[in-house]
Design a binder for this molecule. Structure first.
Ligand code: NDP
Ligand code: OXD
Length: 314
C-alpha cells in the first residue's frame, strides 16, 4: 500500500517509526517527495493538520488515519474527499495527561489558588479562605468518551463527586460517577457542579455550547476548564460571566484562533489561566502503535479501532 504522510511538527522521527514498523508498505513524505509520483496509487494517508492542497490529487484514497483524537480540523478541510474512511486516535497516552490537567484545574479552583495568588501579588498574608476550599467540590464533565471517562474516574478516585454527560446513554465506570445523557438532562447534570470540564468533540451540535445559558445553569462562582476545542466557548459570554461572578475563573487550553493572538483579552485577565494547547499530547509510541495496529487490521480485512462517524462529526 502507498501511504502519504504529513504530520505538522514531525521532525522525521514519526515517519521513520512507521517505515520501520510497516516495511511492507511504502510511505511517501509529503514534505520531501513532491511532486508526487503516481498520486493515484496512494490509498492511505496519515495526517495532522494537512495543508490545503494535500488531498488534491489523491483520487484513489480509501482511508485517512488522523494523528489526533479530535477530527474537527480534518472534517472542515476543504479538500477532504467524501466516502473515505477516517480513523482517529483513542487515548494514545492522552487520557492520563488529561486527567492530570483536569485535576490541576479542579484543585486550583477548590483551594482558591487564584485568590491566594492575587493576595501574594499584594504581599497580603491571607489566611482566611472561603468555606468552599474545605467543602466537597462536585465536578461535571461534558463528554464521556475515551478522555472524559478516564478524567471522571481519576477525579472520583481523588474523592470528587463526578457528573458525566454524553450524547447517548453510557455505563458508569464507577458507581460514584453519575451519568447523564442528552439535551433534556443537561440542566440536571449542570446543577451543583462547581467545576465544569469540557471534553466534547467540536461538532455542529457542540459549537458554542459553553455560553451564558449554560453558565447560568452552574452554581454561582463555578470554575470552567476547557481542553476541548476553542469554538466550544462563546468568548464574550465567558468574559461577562467572570465580570458578574457567575464564574470565578477558567483554565483554557484551546482557543478559536491558535496561537491565541497577542492582543486577546484572555491573556491579561486575572481570572483566566491559559495553556497553549498542551493539555494532552498524543504520545509518539502509543499513537504509532495504534495506527500500525489499525493498518494491520485493515490488511487482514478486519475493522480498525476507532472509525469516525462523519454524520455526527466525531
Ligand atoms: P470521544 O469521541 O471518545 O468522546 C466524545 C464524548 O462526547 C462522547 O461521550 C460523546 O457522546 C460526547 N458527545 C459528542 N457529541 C455530544 C453532544 N452533542 N451532546 C452530548 N455529548 C456529546 O472523544 P475523546 O474523549 O477522545 O476526545 C474528546 C475531545 O477532546 C476531542 O474531540 C478533542 O476536541 C479534545 N482533545 C483535546 C486535547 C488537548 O490537548 N487539548 C487532546 C485530545 C483531545 P457518546 O458517548 O454518546 O458518543
Ligand atoms: C487532539 C489534540 O485532538 O491534540 O489530539 O487536540
Amino acid at each position: 500500500m502507498n501511504i502519504l504522510f504529513y504530520c505538522q511538527g514531525d521532525d522525521g522521527q514519526v515517519l521513520q517509526s512507521f517505515r520501520q514498523r510497516l516495511p511492507q508498505h511504502r510511505f511517501i513524505d509529503w514534505n520531501s517527495e513532491r511532486p508526487l509520483a503516481e498520486p493515484e496509487l496512494i490509498t492511505a494517508a496519515i495526517v495532522w493538520m494537512p495543508p490545503e492542497d494535500f488531498f488534491d490529487q489523491l483520487v484513489g484514497l480509501k482511508q485517512i488515519h488522523a494523528f489526533s483524537a479530535g477530527v474537527d480540523h480534518l472534517l472542515q478541510h476543504p479538500g477532504l474527499p467524501e466516502d473515505v474512511t477516517i480513523i482517529r486516535l483513542q487515548d494514545a497516552g492522552m487520557a492520563q495527561q488529561m486527567a492530570e490537567y483536569a485535576l490541576y484545574g479542579t484543585l486550583h479552583s477548590q483551594r482558591q489558588m487564584g485568590q491566594l495568588r492575587k493576595s501574594q501579588r499584594r504581599r497580603h498574608w491571607q489566611r482566611e479562605v472561603k468555606a468552599s476550599a474545605t467543602a466537597v467540590t462536585q465536578v461535571g464533565i461534558l463528554g464521556a468518551g475515551a478522555l472524559g471517562l478516564h478524567v471522571a474516574s481519576r477525579l472520583s478516585l481523588n474523592g470528587y463527586p463526578v457528573h458525566c454527560w454524553s450524547r447517548s446513554a453510557r455505563q458508569s465506570p464507577d458507581d460514584r460517577i453519575r451519568m447523564f445523557h442528552g439535551q433534556d438532562a443537561l440542566s440536571e447534570f449542570l446543577a451543583g457542579c462547581q467545576v465544569l470540564v469540557c471534553l466534547l468533540p467540536l461538532t455542529d451540535a457542540t459549537r458554542g455550547i459553553l455560553n451564558q445559558q449554560l453558565f447560568e445553569g452552574l452554581p454561582q462562582g463555578a470554575f470552567l476548564i476547557n481542553p476541548g476545542r476553542g469554538n466550544h466557548l462563546v468568548e464574550n459570554d465567558l468574559l461577562s460571566a467572570l465580570e458578574t461572578g457567575q464564574l470565578s475563573g477558567a483554565l483554557l487550553d484551546v482557543f478559536s484562533t491558535e496561537p491565541l493572538p497577542e492582543n486577546h483579552p484572555f491573556w491579561d485577565h486575572p481570572d483566566i489561566l491559559i495553556t497553549p494547547h498542551v493539555a494532552a499530547q498524543s504520545l509518539e509510541d502509543e499513537s504509532v502503535n495504534q495506527i500500525v495496529d489499525d493498518i494491520e487490521a485493515i490488511d487482514r480485512g478486519d475493522a480498525p479501532s476507532c472509525v469516525v462517524c462523519r454524520q455526527s462529526g466525531y
